[in-house]
Design a protein around this ligand. Structure first.
Ligand SMILES: Nc1ncnc2c1ncn2[C@@H]1O[C@H](COP(=O)(O)OP(=O)(O)O)[C@@H](O)[C@H]1O
Ligand SMILES: Nc1ccn([C@H]2C[C@H](O)[C@@H](COP(=O)(O)OP(=O)(O)O)O2)c(=O)n1
Length: 221
């Protein structure tokens, strides 16, 4: 394996990106970047500032101005925006409902992509980063690039298992299926680009998925 290793993982909601990326980072002793947490943090920032989701100029201004601090430790996840800890808040349904207002604006993506590249380069050991455009836009030169997929039913069941009684069936479908449809407007995370390994996780356990990605990393001379 190279002395510095970069692993890029993309996929739709509930495909297992975060859990897989954290497991791989632990197994290979690498830093971990949750790029989606940054989109979610910006959503909190614009909502806090009273900006309406339809106000594109307002959402862009809130993105550019957002001071985002994020942990790169797979065992200690936290994110702060404009000085406030929003680790728990970014997982709330109101954030999932409005985060696509950020992800569907090219200017917001450009701003976050530049920060994400810098964060991926911060640790000399290397990094495992996950999101929607890590394999294609943020780090197309990554040593290992993986696109995780899973049937919609499996993804709904996984996200439902996480959120439990906090959401009803309609809210769950909005969080997973509507959000994926909106999020795919500017990035393609359903087809594997050239050189990207496609891994269907529908019938795999989390451990099996982690082992498959670690094996890909170990294949590198
Ligand atoms: N292969 C898998 N089999 C079963 N459950 C999984 C698998 N991968 C992830 N999960 C579970 O599904 C939920 C969503 O996973 P997560 O990693 O947050 O997905 P994503 O980051 O793609 O939205 C978590 O509760 C996680 O433990
Ligand atoms: N690299 C990324 C990461 C996330 N996003 C967007 C798309 C998602 O709706 C939000 C939140 O991403 P997150 O990975 O937390 O979402 P899931 O956990 O997969 O449901 O951010 C993106 O557009 N590009």
């Amino acid at each position: 394996m190279p002395s510095r290793l970069v692993i890029a993982i993309d996929g739709p909601s509930g495909s297992g990106k975060s859990s897989t990326a954290r497991g791989v980072a632990r197994a290979l002793d690498l830093s971990y970047l949750d790029t989606g947490a940054m989109y979610r943090a910006v959503a909190v920032a614009f909502l806090d500032a009273g900006v309406a989701p339809q106000d594109e100029a307002g959402v862009i201004a809130a993105t550019v101005a957002a001071d985002i601090q994020i942990s790169l430790d797979p065992d200690d996840r936290w994110v702060r925006v404009n000085g406030r800890d929003v680790t728990t808040e970014i997982r709330e349904p109101r954030v999932a409902q409005h985060v696509s207002a950020v992800s569907t604006l090219a200017a917001c993506r450009e701003n976050l992509v530049a920060r994400q590249r810098t964060l991926m380069d911060a640790d000399p050991r290397g990094c495992v980063a996950e999101g929607r455009d890590v394999t294609t836009v943020i780090y197309p030169d990554a040593d290992v690039r993986v696109l995780l997929t899973a049937d919609p039913q499996a993804r709904l069941a996984r996200r439902g298992g996480e959120l439990g009684a906090r959401v009803n069936t309609e809210q769950l479908r909005d969080q997973v299926l509507r959000r994926d449809a909106d999020d795919s407007k500017l990035v393609d995370f359903t087809h594997a680009a050239d050189g990207v390994h496609l891994l269907d996780t529908t019938h795999l356990s989390l451990d099996e998925v982690i082992r498959a990605v670690v094996a890909l990393a170990k294949e590198i001379a």
